[in-house]
Design a binder for this molecule. Sequence first.
Ligand SMILES: Cc1cc2nc3c(=O)[nH]c(=O)nc-3n(C[C@H](O)[C@H](O)[C@H](O)COP(=O)(O)OP(=O)(O)OC[C@H]3O[C@@H](n4cnc5c(N)ncnc54)[C@H](O)[C@@H]3O)c2cc1C
Length: 508
Amino acid sequence: MLTKSHSDEIQSFLGDSSHVSGGFAERVAFPESAEEVADVLAQAVRDQIPVTVSGAGTGTVAGRVPFGGIVLATDKLNRISRIVHDDHGGGRAIAEAGVILADFQRAVESEGLLYPPDPTERSCFLGGTVATNASGARTFKYGPTRNYVERLKIALATGHVIDLRRGEITADTNNTIAIPLPSGHLIEARLPTYRMPQVRKHASGYYVAPGMDAIDLFIGSEGTLGVIVEIEVKLLPKPEGLLSGVVFFKSEAELLAFVREARERSLANRGISPTIREGSRDSTGKVEARALEYFDVESLNFLRQKYETVPLAAIGAIFFEQETTSSTEDSLMTEWLALLERNQAMVESSWFATNEADQAKLREFRHALPVLMNEWFAHHNQRKVSTDMAVPDEAFVGMLRFYQDSLRGGNLRYTIFGHIGDNHVHVNILPRNDEEAAKAWEIYRTFIRRAVDVGGTISAEHGIGKLKREYLLELYGEDHLREMAAMKRAFDPAGILGRGNMFSEDYL
Ligand SMILES: Cc1cc2nc3c(=O)[nH]c(=O)nc-3n(C[C@H](O)[C@H](O)[C@H](O)COP(=O)(O)OP(=O)(O)OC[C@H]3O[C@@H](n4cnc5c(N)ncnc54)[C@H](O)[C@@H]3O)c2cc1C
């Protein structure tokens, strides 16, 4: 097995997209099979040294930044072994943890299939997306990574390799999950007793629910319970066509009214809205957005540096995507235009795309904002202060106002953008110096408190890692964090895996 220890060779494994500095490790191991992964773990247990699992390092919360011990890199576990079709137009795929998500999606799409999870940064590894339960713009329609994972091969710190298939092992009425090991022994893990926030996206702490499937414990476990080696996912039929748009608004009230209507109709047409009665379902255009993404006026100001055609009168914009077929494309365009006009969108100056080339341009516009902001941070030598909270439907408008009231009129530069369909917008504060950074973190804390108060989650997609532990403590409280640590010990008695992720090592 390849192992590297020279500082030049391992440097790139000591950090991630959080830009947290100070990571260090003795060496990086590159196992090529589940057995080799298990060997690395067994040796680490014998030597009593911590192991940090590394995907592609695109995580933003320092989950893969090691502080001592060894790094277990999944780069060489990079085979897609099967993509098969089922009888319903969808299919299944089996791939190893180190497959790059963009490569995986390309391979799946070339077979006429769709793997919905789509985090903005697609250079991440499939294993990393499972370990963080990643989501993206399409999550509004399709849900997060969790919804597609059918089987996981996992190497445990006990030295065992287990295969967990969805539906095979569930929690009993005492909230205990019992997983048989190949050795004939049983791991019995007692689930933490907290109730997860009732939001559409949630990536904060272990997933727990009555009668839950054992596989769901590992999805989103951020490298603390085991090393995900191989993944089997379900695939959907690739949609025939897509209608997308970046639509601008002159008034925030109208923009929010448009979002509310587009969201409610989309959910009703999928049959999951609690607020729309059966009889009032949209029977005409079947408006069903797969993405609803927001840009506030500050985001548009940023984007104008690169896109001069952003209308000057616009105070905000929505990026939407709707799947179509050749027979529905025209009627859906009509439906969306009617919806936009009813809510006073600036239809004439908005942008629409129905072919792949134009759609790529709109996606580029959406992705340009994080890139422009990263350039800004590099220039000012500061770290971004970025929120990742989601709140329940009824709390969203109040939360957005709270963000705006806290920041408008102050000296801090900021943008608010993101997954408005899921009540999950990212507030990015852009400090120019250390004094502004301190102020920004103070404001950030008030946002966390507010999100928790209204029943929201402190991280909807990026996870906790080492950076958001204190906020997880705020969400669940110390007793529940102790329950999480106790559960981790059932799978990792020596406490070597992902140390410092989710909760402090003091709990172990
Ligand atoms: C510009 C940008 C945009 C982003 N947009 C999104 C977005 O839209 N949605 C979203 O959800 N995220 C987003 N992210 C965050 C990031 O891309 C995701 O969290 C991604 O899933 C991380 O994958 P990775 O392979 O890079 O994992 P890493 O960063 O390497 O690791 C992340 C965590 O998972 C653990 N881990 C990795 N692989 C394994 C494994 N095989 N077994 C067990 N544990 C493992 C690590 O120990 C670590 O704790 C974005 C990041 C950037 C930089």
